[in-house]
Design a protein around this ligand. Structure first.
Ligand code: ATP
Ligand code: MG
Length: 246
């Protein structure tokens, strides 16, 4: 077991998510080559890396959607031993890179689909999402497929929040968004943090990840190449040259 995988919090509690020597292949293509990481309750942990690094593969494996070798435990339970629906019921919510919205359903109905995990406090949670993204509140009856890309992104994040997640996997929430919309998503992440949700944030937008994460892992070609706080990574010459434009 690596030093990282063995990590516990200061009070000795186990991480919410623990990934050890995770390996995933798609036929001949090896996407993850032995990844170790952990996420503690209340943390926002960023996974950064270029196209094809394996970020989405990591999120898919963690949420129980891919066969893997090695170990992924969520709240101490091996993910491979649970059904994806059981993981959702236990608060592990994945907001995928492809959004998975229901295009012919309204904003409000897409949000309500997020509440199948439990149906208490639905109004309060819907209100939280509309406060987070006022644009959605103005479009409650509009079909999801007619939303702009940025609005769809807000809806996907909003729907994930409707499930009242304990661990939220966010895959590229800023992908393809204009800076002003990235700012909205930024505000959203900070409010999600204030609400105490634990987040694993997969992002190619390194500045965004560094701005919001408590700790960051750099994934390249299926391996973790760096790990540290935003301050450590900002001071890392390689990260500065390769990812922060010098
Ligand atoms: N279904 C698949 N079949 C074959 N190869 C795949 C499949 N999905 C991903 N890969 C390969 O696995 C590697 C990792 O892909 P992944 O989507 O995890 O990267 P990523 O870091 O999320 O990239 P991006 O930033 O472009 O979203 C890539 O080389 C990709 O081509
Ligand atoms: Mg991806």
């Amino acid at each position: 077991m690596s030093a990282d995988a063995a990590a516990t919090t200061d009070d000795g509690s186990d991480p919410v998510l623990r990934v050890e020597d995770l390996r995933v292949s798609y036929g001949e293509v090896t996407a993850l080559r032995g990844v170790d990481l952990h996420v503690q309750a209340g943390e926002i942990v960023g996974v950064i890396g270029p196209n094809g690094a394996g970020k989405s593969t990591l999120a898919d494996a963690v949420s129980g959607h891919l066969p893997y070798e090695g170990s992924v435990t969520y709240r101490g339970r091996e993910v491979a031993d649970a059904r994806a629906s059981e993981l959702v019921a236990d608060g592990l919510i994945h907001c995928t890179e492809t959004r998975d919205l229901f295009g012919h359903m309204s904003v409000a109905d897409n949000l309500d689909l997020g509440t199948y995990r439990h149906r208490n406090d639905v109004d309060a949670r819907r209100e939280f999402v509309y406060e987070l993204f006022p644009t959605l509140a103005e479009r409650t009856g509009q079909n999801a497929r007619t939303l702009s890309g940025g609005e769809q992104q807000m809806l996907a994040v909003g729907r994930a929040l409707m499930s009242d997640p304990d661990l939220l996997l966010l895959d590229e929430p800023t992908l393809g968004l204009a800076p002003v919309v990235v700012d909205d998503i930024s505000d959203g992440i900070e409010q999600i943090r204030d609400a105490g949700v634990t987040v694993l944030l997969c992002e190619q937008n390194v500045t965004f990840a560094i701005d919001h994460a408590d700790r960051i892992y750099l994934l390249e070609n299926g391996r973790i190449e760096r790990e540290g706080t935003p301050a450590t990574l900002r001071g890392d010459e390689y990260i500065r040259d390769a990812y922060l434009g010098g």
